[in-house]
Design a protein around this ligand. Structure first.
Ligand code: NAP
Length: 293
């Protein structure tokens, strides 16, 4: 057992345990949908032959089935943008499909923006459609992107008041940094977003009661920068030369100062699939008349 895997470590935010808890809730909500005659269904579209994407897709489908969610598998290795748009149109019109997931990255011959824009916002369980991103920005979200949603679940589970705290998000991507910053703003934290042009990152980190790191550079944020007592969510997944995975934050050194920190692996990663299935069940609950948001 590695140091990171010690179950008794009070500073370790256990993403696996939290994802199991969320998946249990998802499963019982699936059952409530089925009682209303609606079986939640996720359509998974995989184009190209990226091995990592194949692993992710298999894992998402396996988890969905375990939660009682039906899946539709669409694999088209050599598809063109037009062919893929036709698949999306058909899935948009299929009343039994609640969510559409197009596994990214798409091959370079495909117009990714056109594909993501074609997914109906009501079935956009990844939360990447500009409509859903806009809803998030005005504080009236319908689908929240899965990884940012997972970060917030983990923060909320720590039982600390978030309101009024200083939050720093390092990274401003559309799929992680920006949405998580908006969610933190909705939780009434005072949010700063840092990026590659930020000056004095160490000083910004030292001021943060809450740190979310989404950069993609191994051990980039030094443990000694962390404010004592901070909550640290490390989104980064970086593969080292020896094949092991590590986050963006120096885990061991940061753990000496933080109140709690997510390990990599076993932190944010497991939450992402659970939040995807949470979004599928939200869509199915809408179809079943179990919610009206
Ligand atoms: P991305 O699109 O490459 O964005 C990286 C961000 O980091 C950019 O905004 C960039 O700033 C910023 N950055 C780069 N160098 C920096 C520096 N020196 N100082 C401060 N900021 C800097 O990456 P992403 O898609 O958001 O993913 C980030 C990490 O999260 C990756 O390791 C990825 O694998 C991981 N991830 C994990 C999950 C999960 O399920 N756990 C899901 C998604 C992503 P600029 O905008 O100025 O270039």
């Amino acid at each position: 057992m590695t140091e990171q895997a010690k179950p008794t470590d009070p500073t370790r935010i256990d993403g696996k345990k939290n994802s199991r808890r969320l998946l249990k809730q998802v499963k019982s909500r699936v059952a409530a949908c089925v009682d209303k005659g609606v079986t939640p269904c996720l359509a998974v579209v995989l184009i190209g032959d990226n091995p990592a994407s194949q692993v992710y897709v298999r894992s998402k489908e396996r988890r969905a089935k375990k939660a009682g969610i039906a899946t539709r598998d669409h694999r088209a290795p050599g598809a063109t943008t037009e062919e893929l748009l036709a698949v999306i149109k058909q899935l948009n019109e299929d009343p039994e499909v609640d969510g559409i997931l197009v596994q990214l990255p798409l091959p370079s011959n495909i117009d990714s923006d056109a594909i993501l824009l074609a997914i109906h916002p009501d079935k956009d369980v990844d939360g990447f459609h500009p409509y859903n991103l806009g809803r998030l920005m005005i504080g009236k979200h319908r689908f929240v992107a899965c990884t940012p949603q997972g970060c917030m679940h983990l923060l909320e589970e720590q039982g600390q008041e978030l309101s009024g705290k200083r939050a720093l998000v390092v990274g401003r991507s559309t799929i992680v940094g920006k949405p998580v910053a908006h969610l933190l703003l909705q939780a009434n934290t005072t949010v700063t977003i840092a990026h590659s042009r930020t000056k004095n990152l160490a000083e910004e980190v030292a001021r943060a009661d809450i740190l979310v790191a989404a950069v993609g550079r191994p051990n980039f944020i030094k443990g000694e920068w962390i404010r004592p007592g901070a909550l640290v969510i490390d989104v980064g997944i970086n593969r080292l030369e020896d094949g092991t995975l590590t986050g963006d934050v120096e885990y061991e050194a940061a753990r000496e100062r933080a109140a709690a920190i997510t390990p990599v692996p076993g932190g944010v990663g497991p939450m992402t699939i659970a939040c995807l299935l949470n979004n599928v069940v939200i869509a199915a609950e809408r179809r079943a008349g179990l919610r009206d948001d």
